[in-house]
Design a protein around this ligand. Sequence first.
Ligand SMILES: *[C@@H]1O[C@H](CO)[C@@H](O)[C@H](O)[C@H]1NC(C)=O
Length: 203
Amino acid sequence: MRYTPLVYSLLTATLAVSALPEKQRPLQNNLGPAMPPPPSDSPSTSDPSGGDTVILSDVLGNDRSINIFAGFTRDFATISQRFEDSALNTTILAPVNSAIMGLPRKPWEDPKDYDELGANAYEGGDGEERAQRNLRRFVEQHCVAASPWKEGEKLKTLAGDEIWWESKDGVKMIQPGKIEVSSVASRVHNGEVWILKGVRNYA
Ligand SMILES: *[C@@H]1O[C@H](CO)[C@@H](O)[C@H](O)[C@H]1NC(C)=O
């Protein structure tokens, strides 16, 4: 069977449903957190470590507009562990769901794989591994290995490529690629979650 991360199938199905007018919606199961997000400047009362600080792993799931990307990060233990580590800062550049769903190909599909391996590039065990590798790189390209991040400061993503941001007329743009940042969703102890209107590295 062709590889599709479970979270992607679930979320795209849910989002398609929630795009329907209210009356026509079938009963939907609730994939996101039911509780409203805590204000990011107040200490979490549910921190299992007993500390009084909110960290990225506490807040990444709060904003439903980025829950596809948040779901992808949970597929990779080393990335999730980083978000749980209060000593490792990260700026997460999370593309909105609509940007991911509107891509000309799925985030785990690489045209090079299709050139080399044909239409079956993501079939079977090898195909699944290949897709996982590509998806991991996609996630890593959207995580900057530091926070705070100053304007113009060139930093590496977890995938190793160098990026920076600049602000024009009050709008933050990720460079290279001129990807607009629509908001900073959270600022917590070990980093920030920025919401991107687009996706990096999609030619
Ligand atoms: C990590 O982020 C916090 C909160 O912004 C900041 O106070 C701290 O200096 C950062 N640590 C490093 C090593 O950048």
